[in-house]
Design a protein around this ligand. Structure first.
Ligand code: IPE
Ligand code: IPE
Ligand code: MG
Length: 230
């Protein structure tokens, strides 16, 4: 049955609802983030199983700095541990890890881990996991415009802008999943989602299972993409 599905090459995910998941269980928000990290593992496994080539996770937005310091510190620690795990497991995994976002004001310890893990996995030929970390789409576009100006390009083409994005070689997402019932982009991949199919689910991110991922793929498979044509 799955063989008949048309599998999206690139799936982007807004992992939302960790805080609400924790609240429902009377747990601290960090417990929700920790459980969310496990959902990431499940989805990476499922994506490999179904033959998705690129998986982008929205892990921390440029607006998330407005959260309490305690929560930010906990998230940074968790991200650091996750990056570390991928660097350590690089030999047995065939996953290439990319990180997208502004470096400033990420702590040096994270920047160091990003450099290490991206280097260690650069030659991997399996699934590409792109972690959007301190990512904001408006920041990405502003950074692209600055690059274009510094290159003396005053009348850019779409290809010029694409070349200046954080991950110019990645195809646009075919499918965007957002959990937790919110139906908005929250400054995620505004340029890249011009023709992306959106899938919203009330499931909170820590509860998101392989079965939920499969449901999203099945839903995608039933869509007709026209790209402005008939
Ligand atoms: C998503 O879950 C994780 C991040 C944004 C880092 P939230 O922390 O936004 O959870 P809710 O939306 O408050 O439930
Ligand atoms: C979007 O979730 C950012 C990430 C998932 C990293 P938010 O929870 O920050 O988004 P809003 O504030 O509900 O729009
Ligand atoms: Mg949220």
């Amino acid at each position: 049955m799955l063989k008949e599905l048309s599998i999206p090459r690139h799936v982007a995910i807004i992992m939302d609802g960790n805080g609400r998941w924790a609240k429902q269980k009377n747990l601290p928000r960090q417990a929700g983030h920790n459980a969310g990290a496990k959902a990431v593992e499940r989805v990476i496994n499922a994506a490999q199983k179904y033959g998705v080539e690129f998986l982008t996770f929205y892990a921390f937005s440029t607006e998330n700095w407005s959260r309490p310091k305690e929560e930010i510190d906990g998230l940074m620690k968790l991200l650091e541990q996750t990056l570390d795990k991928y660097a350590k497991n690089a030999e047995k995994n065939n996953v290439r890890l990319l990180v997208s976002g502004r470096k400033e004001p990420l702590p040096p310890s994270i920047l160091d881990k990003i450099a290490r893990v991206t280097q260690a996995t650069a030659q991997k030929t399996g699934l590409t996991v792109n972690l959007a970390l301190n990512y904001g789409s408006r920041a990405e576009l502003l950074d692209a415009f600055s690059k274009l100006i510094s290159q003396g390009i005053t009348h850019p083409t779409e290809a010029d802008v694409q070349r200046c994005l954080y991950q110019p070689a990645l195809p646009d997402p075919d499918l965007l999943i957002r959990t937790s019932g919110e139906e908005r982009l929250s400054n995620f991949l505004l340029w890249q989602c011009a023709y992306t199919e959106f899938y919203f689910t009330p499931t909170l991110w820590p509860d998101f299972s392989e079965e939920d991922f499969k449901k999203a793929l099945e839903d995608f498979s039933r869509r007709t993409r026209r790209f402005g044509s008939i």
